[in-house]
Ligand binder design. Structure first.
Ligand SMILES: NC(=O)c1ccc[n+]([C@@H]2O[C@H](COP(=O)([O-])OP(=O)(O)OC[C@H]3O[C@@H](n4cnc5c(N)ncnc54)[C@H](O)[C@@H]3O)[C@@H](O)[C@H]2O)c1
Ligand SMILES: [Zn+2]
Ligand SMILES: [Zn+2]
Length: 361
């Protein structure tokens, strides 16, 4: 029997979100219904609402979530009712060219639920990132449910489902930060602050946090930045070089994703260093660099999709570190809110007031 629950729907381009009744089908083969306990508000939800991702309105927003598996469909063996899970948008297929080459964190054919959730009149909803978790319950592919220790608070655990994992993974996986490295992170919102935390976990000796907002720099310091740079009144490239013996950092992470921040990252990096782009640019943005500098400065220029994470490997491990007090994920929960506060949370995000607002159900 399909169930009727509340969900936050973006009805059309640029229109405010509203709470609608969402029809959630029973799970079919390979699917699971999850009772959502918490879901963070991510910039990508706002991108969906603004039509910046695609035009498949109406969207069921929300994708940084944790909850309990309520029911599973035929053939599901990886999770069972009652399991505490973090939802992921990388349910790897095991069969695409990336998976077959042993690099499933790039999987090009990730799984989502086959059936559609709908409005009461039958209109099909597009769940954000194949999740749609600003809702009492949601239908996903069973592979999108990653079991973690239920001792973790849902509002914290859910954040690993997107932005915090993207930032941690940009440092730990994509950037390959190692003991003693110098790291600079440009933009210290939820993603960049997590990159600072990841750099610290990896043993970086120098961690330089760069932002335009004083409040973000204060948080970054608390999370382990050894130096902070206000990009509004300092030359970012010159300052990062000064703080690294005149050379530049081994790894520079751009968690903003604009041409000017990418260029800063490119030149704030030591010879043969690594640039990691984790911020998401918009289609009209262009980058111009002397090709000779691309060659002459060497190293690698990488992009990080979802922190190159493998949910089954990374989520349980990071939750364990959190429970041991070795990973301060609590710092990312700026406030907990209700389902009807998502629009207000978008405003706070735009004003830089929060790292994360988290809807608690
Ligand atoms: N690659 C991925 O898989 C992935 C996953 C989730 C989010 N993202 C992207 O990461 C980016 C950051 O997300 P967020 O949630 O942290 O956003 P956010 O809005 O919370 O943070 C952005 C931060 O950048 C700062 N900033 C803006 N312009 C700057 C500049 N010129 N110099 C220095 N700092 C500047 C802002 O003050 C803010 O603190 C977004 O583009 C988001 O879409 C990527
Ligand atoms: Zn695959
Ligand atoms: Zn997200």
């Amino acid at each position: 029997m399909a169930q009727r629950v509340r969900g936050v729907v973006a009805p059309g381009k640029g229109q405010p979100v509203r709470i609608e009744t969402v029809v959630v089908p029973d799970p079919g083969p390979g699917e699971a219904v999850v009772r959502v306990q918490a879901c963070g508000v991510c910039h990508t939800d706002l991108h969906y609402r603004e039509g910046g991702i695609n035009d498949e309105f109406p969207f069921l927003l929300g994708h940084e979530a944790a909850g309990t598996v309520e029911s599973v469909g035929d053939g599901v063996t990886e999770v069972e009712p009652g399991d505490f899970v973090v939802l992921n948008w990388r349910a790897v297929c095991g069969q695409c060219r990336a998976c077959l080459r042993g690099r499933p964190w790039y999987c090009f054919n990730t799984h989502n639920a086959t059936q559609k959730m709908t409005l009461e009149d039958g209109t099909e909803l597009s769940p954000a990132l194949g999740i749609g978790a600003f809702a009492d319950k949601t239908l996903v592919a069973a592979g999108q449910c990653t079991k973690v220790d239920p001792a973790a608070k849902a509002e914290v655990a859910g954040l690993l489902g997107c932005g915090v994992m993207a930032g941690l993974g940009a440092a730990l996986n994509t950037g390959g930060v190692g003991r003693g490295d110098s790291v600079a992170v440009i933009g210290c919102g939820g993603v960049g602050a997590a990159a600072v935390l990841g750099a610290r976990l990896a043993g970086a000796a120098t961690i330089i946090a760069v932002d335009l907002d004083e409040r973000k720099l204060t948080t970054a310091s608390a999370l382990g930045a050894t130096h902070v740079v206000d990009a509004g009144d300092r030359d970012v490239v010159a300052t990062v070089r000064e703080l690294t013996g005149g050379f530049g950092a081994d790894v520079v992470i751009d968690a903003v994703g604009r041409p000017e921040t990418y260029e800063q990252a490119f030149y704030a990096r030591d010879l043969a260093g690594t640039v990691v782009l984790v911020g998401v640019p918009t289609p009209e943005m262009r980058l111009e660099l002397p090709l000779l500098d691309v060659f002459g400065r060497g190293g690698s220029l990488k992009s990080s999709w979802y922190g190159d994470c493998l949910p089954s490997r990374d989520f349980p491990m990071l939750i364990d570190l959190y429970l041991q007090g070795r990973l301060d994920l609590d710092a990312f929960v700026s406030e907990t809110i209700g389902l009807d506060d998502v629009e207000a949370a978008f405003d706070k995000m735009n004003h830089g007031d929060v790292l994360r607002s988290v809807v608690v159900l």
